[in-house]
Design a protein around this ligand. Structure first.
Ligand code: CDT
Length: 304
């Protein structure tokens, strides 16, 4: 019998700043219930799924900034989602802003947690590739992630989810080949990721028509070259005046898009991922043990 994992991608529409955590968590619970009704065994929510994408603003008051962060996970407002996972027996990956106390100081990470079908914490990933700047820059869309977040310090961990090896990634990570390669080398069969991607960038109006192409291109290539299933969830639509792309999808290790959202709103897509397809794709082209030559990759040619 084929080894399968039924993956749900739970795209959300915009989460306005005015929305309470309780209201937002209620939406996520509703999406998880839909995913369960569709037969999902695991679900992925977007990056920063509990709040608006606040790095679009420059905020100076640390107390105000910290209102976007979770000091504990689950916390009083998010516990309901974990209870829903246990009730529905569907685990999830959830992006949120993490306030951590490590090495004797307070730290801020853009984080995604993996939670099991019993509602228990499995593992954590902290966004490695933090884009944008720490101050607004003339002529560019304000994207101040580097003001508010440290780059991740947990590598690209891969976790056991009901016997399936699952890795995590967050938004800009999906544009970097290292993300998929490291997840693959660490044994991942499935990569779950969430994103908040502005539709328009002031610095590159000439590339505006390529936003969706450049969303899917690296994920399809990453899935194909690393024989991974990918589930990618957008936060989409007009959020606090800024348009975010949708295009949430489930991608096969063949590089094909197996399912894709059709709205910029709360929407669930589901696909029964055949994990044996990974082995088939490895046999066709990507037998790493036989063909990769990592010992040779670092050789530097003589200067010409
Ligand atoms: N959230 C996130 O990482 N967004 C980036 C946009 C960066 S624009 C400076 C992305 O790659 O989609």
């Amino acid at each position: 019998m084929a080894r399968c994992l039924t993956i749900a991608v739970c795209q959300t529409g915009p989460i306005q700043r005015s929305a309470s955590r309780a209201e937002t968590v209620g939406r996520l619970v509703h999406l998880l219930e839909k995913a369960a009704a569709f037969g999902a065994e695991i679900a992925v929510f977007p990056e920063m799924a509990l709040t608006t994408f606040f790095p679009r603003w420059r905020i100076d008051d640390q107390a105000e900034i910290d209102t976007f962060f979770e000091a504990s996970m689950p916390g009083p407002e998010t516990q309901r989602l974990y209870d829903a996972a246990a009730r529905l027996k569907v685990g999830f990956a959830l992006g949120y802003c993490e306030l951590a106390h490590e090495d004797g100081r307070t730290r801020h990470f853009n984080t995604m947690d993996l939670v099991g079908p019993d509602g228990a914490f499995i593992g954590r990933y902290r966004k490695m590739h933090v884009p944008g700047s720490s101050e607004p820059e003339e002529g560019t869309t304000t994207h101040l992630e580097r003001r508010y977040f440290e780059p991740g310090n947990l590598g690209f961990p891969v976790y056991n989810y009901r016997g399936v090896r699952v890795g995590l990634a967050i938004c800009n990570d999906r544009r970097w080949p290292e993300t998929y390669r490291m997840l693959c080398l660490n044994g991942a069969e499935v990569a779950l990721l969430g994103y908040n991607t502005p539709l328009l960038l002031d610095e590159a109006p000439a590339l505006a028509h390529l936003r969706m192409f450049h969303n899917h291109l690296p994920m399809q290539a990453g899935a194909y070259q690393n024989t991974l299933w990918i589930g990618a969830a957008a936060k989409a639509g007009l959020e606090d005046g800024q348009a975010l792309i949708g295009g949430s999808c489930i991608i096969a290790p063949t590089g094909e898009i197996a399912a894709q959202t059709m709205s910029l709103d709360d929407e669930v897509i589901v696909h029964r991922a055949d994990l044996d397809l990974i082995e088939t794709c490895r046999k066709v082209n990507f037998n790493f043990a036989l063909y990769r030559r990592p010992d040779q990759y670092k050789r530097i040619s003589d200067p010409v």
